[in-house]
Design a protein around this ligand. Structure first.
Ligand code: NDP
Ligand code: 2IT
Length: 447
């Protein structure tokens, strides 16, 4: 296993996020390889992307000035289904970040139990401060190249940071025009053109369904629980909504400029205000503190550090912004306040050292590839509805989502126990996710 990791570093020495994601999975897989040495070649193969596409995305701003961004699609693994995973538009996007996300996606998609391989893509385009017209021109230019590499049975992208309903709409329109056909090529579509109900809510809701299962292993629940959430985008908003639904109290949220603390709790009305601020006006979370008395705003620097958010005394912490936002020091602050559970809404928001602290203190910890899988699972349900040319009701999709999250929890929990690591959801999720893909790769001849 050590040689696999060394080879990964040797091949791409400048990809720290990818190395981090690979190292964690390889660590978990050691006991599997002891039991199944025949899977070692699979491990060697699974760390290499099947295909990486990089392309130029030229677009004109509202003043007629040309900008040139980079577009990417990482087609990581198609052993159990078409590549599936989001598109991220953020100034930090590079191959390392997208490869870590695509790698995580392979295991996550396997855990959903649905037939989806792993992929990820995006661009270093920064949507902040751009007009709708600029975002539209960028999306159209991006799709002009991406369209030849995707397909409903080949690769089905969706949203991620900086890509929500607006962007998916523009991307879908351009795909449809170029391909001259109406297919379910993207998920996260609007409900009027093939999108699934509950898909916008799914990652946040699914996260809380998963955390609820974790808490119940300790005879705890969200009823009366204090909860800190980071981020104020898609995942954070609907995680907050579900925590409130289950009787919990959300006291923090954030964006890249800083975080807000509301000791009285962000109730339904305040959350509706945040959704309007973020989704319609595209404003900053600092405005919350101006609007609601008793709340405060703390600026944070440098990104993604949140200078104190994780020092707030809570029962449950749900990091929902970005990778590596909780380090060991912050994990120790959560431990000092006797946090019961930490569940990742974002992908890899906790550093390996932070995860070590949670394990050391016996804090329940869920890795994103298990706890945030509700988003891609519901994307899988959107693909099924598109294939059937049917739309299921909110209740039907929500019921399926809940069942999938309960199953993922059980699978990760039972697998960890089986491999002698009870309570270690990281090992459980990595091993369970790997085994299905490994079997499929082996059956197909490791080509
Ligand atoms: P959004 O773009 O809707 O929201 C992202 C939020 O995180 C914003 O509040 C943003 O602040 C903040 N944020 C992003 N980058 C940074 C940074 N570098 N430092 C500090 N804050 C930051 O994205 P999503 O909610 O969709 O995604 C959040 C996380 O969840 C990501 O890790 C994503 O990969 C993961 N995820 C998303 C899924 C989905 O279905 N959307 C599914 C599974 C996981 P600001 O607006 O200021 O940039
Ligand atoms: O990280 C993720 O799982 C996502 N951004 C969602 C991917 C999807 O295809 O819905």
């Amino acid at each position: 296993m050590k040689s696999v990791y060394e080879d990964v570093i040797k091949r791409d020495p400048n990809q720290p996020e990818f190395h981090q994601a690979v190292e964690e999975v390889l660590d978990s897989l050691s006991p599997v390889i002891k039991l199944h040495p025949e899977y070692l070649p699979v491990v060697r193969s699974i760390v290499e992307a099947e295909r990486i596409i990089q392309f130029k995305v030229p677009w004109y701003d509202d003043n007629g000035v040309l900008h040139v961004n980079r577009g990417f699609r990482i087609q990581m693994n198609s052993a159990i289904g078409p590549y599936k995973g989001g598109l991220r538009f953020h100034h930090s996007v590079n191959q390392s970040i997208l490869k870590f996300l695509a790698f995580e996606q392979v295991f996550k998609n396997s855990l959903t139990g649905l037939p989806m391989g792993g992929g990820k893509g995006g661009s270093d385009f920064n949507p902040k401060g751009k007009s709708d017209q600029e975002v539209m021109r960028f999306c159209q230019s991006f799709m002009m190249e991406l369209f030849r590499h995707i397909g409903e049975n080949l690769d089905v992208p969706a949203g991620d940071i900086g890509v929500g309903g607006r962007e998916i709409g523009y991307l879908f329109g351009m795909y449809k025009k170029l391909a001259n056909e109406f297919t379910g090529i993207l998920t996260g579509k609007g409900p009027s053109y093939g999108g699934s109900l509950i898909r916008p809510e799914a990652t946040g809701y699914g996260l809380v369904y998963f955390a609820k299962e974790m808490l119940s292993t300790k005879n705890k629940s969200f009823e009366g629980a204090k909860c800190s959430i980071s981020g104020s985008g898609n995942v954070a908003q609907f995680a907050a909504e579900k925590v409130i639904d289950l009787g919990g109290k959300v006291v923090t949220m954030s964006d890249s400029s800083g975080w807000i603390y509301d000791p009285a709790g962000i109730d339904r009305e305040k959350l509706a205000w945040i959704m309007d601020l973020k989704n319609i006006h595209r404003g900053r979370i600092s405005e919350y503190a101006d609007k609601f008395t008793g709340s405060s705003f703390t600026k944070s620097e440098p990104e993604p550090s949140l200078n104190g958010l994780w020092a707030v005394n809570v029962d449950v912490a749900l990091p929902c912004a970005t990778q590596n936002e909780i380090n060991a020091e912050e994990a120790k602050m959560l431990a000092a306040n006797n946090v019961i559970a930490v569940a990742e809404g974002a992908n890899m928001p906790c550093t390996p050292e932070a995860v070590g602290v949670f394990h050391q203190y016996g804090i329940l910890f869920a890795p994103g590839k298990a706890s945030n899988a509700g988003g891609v699972a519901t994307s899988g349900l959107e693909m099924s509805q598109n294939s059937l040319r049917l739309s299921w009701s909110r209740e039907e999709v929500d019921d399926r989502l809940q069942k999938i999250m309960i199953d993922i929890h059980k699978n990760a929990f039972d697998t960890a126990k089986k491999y002698g690591l009870p309570g270690d959801y990281v090992a459980g999720a990595n091993i369970a996710g790997f085994l299905k893909v490994a079997e499929a790769m082996t059956a197909q001849g490791l080509i």
